[in-house]
Write a protein that binds this ligand. Sequence first.
Ligand code: PMP
Ligand code: GLN
Length: 380
Amino acid sequence: MKSITSKLPHIGTTIFTKMSKLAQEHNAINLSQGFPNFEADSKLLEMQNQAVKNHRNQYAPLSGLPKLNQAVLDKANSLYGSNYAEDEICMTAGATQAIFTSLAASIHPGDEVIMLKPAYDCYEPAVALFGGKPIPIEMKAPTYEVDWNEVQDKVSSKTKMIMINSPHNPTGKVFSEADMQALIQIVKNTNILILSDEVYEHMTFDGRPHLSVAKYPELQSRSFLTASFGKTFHVTGWKLGYVLAPKLLMKEFKKVHQYNVFCVNHPMQVAISEYIADKNTYLNLPDFYQKKRDQFLSLIQNSRFEFTPSEGTYFQMASYKNISNEKDTDFTLRLIKEFGLAAIPVSVFNKDEKCRKMIRFCFAKTDATLEKAAEIINRI
Ligand code: PMP
Ligand code: GLN
């Protein structure tokens, strides 16, 4: 059998696949991989069925269905006061492809890409694949503040891009106005690009606004903004997302996209283009997920885990330092096997995979699942 020289010699199978598989094998409650275990709105599902029946089953246009593109442009421009035009959007196979293709289009060998750790696990391998050099900067535990002075110190003549993600997976941190202003100060008068991963834009809590790069001309003009309908409409399996970027960046993005996938799922774009016309489908989301967070946290408030309420996303981090000295990867394995509960060990997202005795729970689950999970958590 022939083998090939690995382009990603240090990368194994993603933690999400590992944990969801183990959860299934051990019949555990799965609060690990981030996906809802409840059904999407039946209206949306029916719209998709209708689109299939109405013969919308051939290729969609390269950059997306015009009706959907327009709806998303209008939504972003009205929520964030941006001025994205028709040729500054492209539908993608989830935010994952939006991120990957943005990097493919912009990273040259030797380019440095600053990323804040913990970081979602698809960033670093994609940067490395295109010959880029990830420059990790730790957000400061336990509050996960970004030290923007440190970011400034790490900027060099090779810095091509800064990657940000607010609301942030896994910490639940939401950037403040001060964070955005600090970022603006660092990039203005430079050619540094930004990749802003905003898949959780509609999940911010306790009245916090989502501060998109689209709100700030200095940032909009240099950013790939990536987003996911999977997250917003409870259909992660549809793998539909998009990228917004200024013309010159989008031109390069589409050059890669056309040979990467050409276009993405047509009937699902039809369904979303109809569903998104009702603003409540996304404007009600912060309230919906805040209730889930609050319910989950009130159920586990007397457990031995320590936590600070998540500011956004559908994730809650928790410290098990009062429970065990194990590494988080061992601890989460034991949780599955002994207690029937799956969570994500946060070290996999950390700089140098350093263990801080933190795990991540996903609370995008039915009330019944959260109750069962809490009953287990309270016994640990
Ligand atoms: N970025 C972050 C921060 C995520 O948590 C995820 C996971 N959904 C993605 C990107 C990928 O999104 P999608 O499933 O739409 O590819
Ligand atoms: N974004 C999801 C999470 O953080 C997982 C998506 C995936 O499995 N690739 O759990």
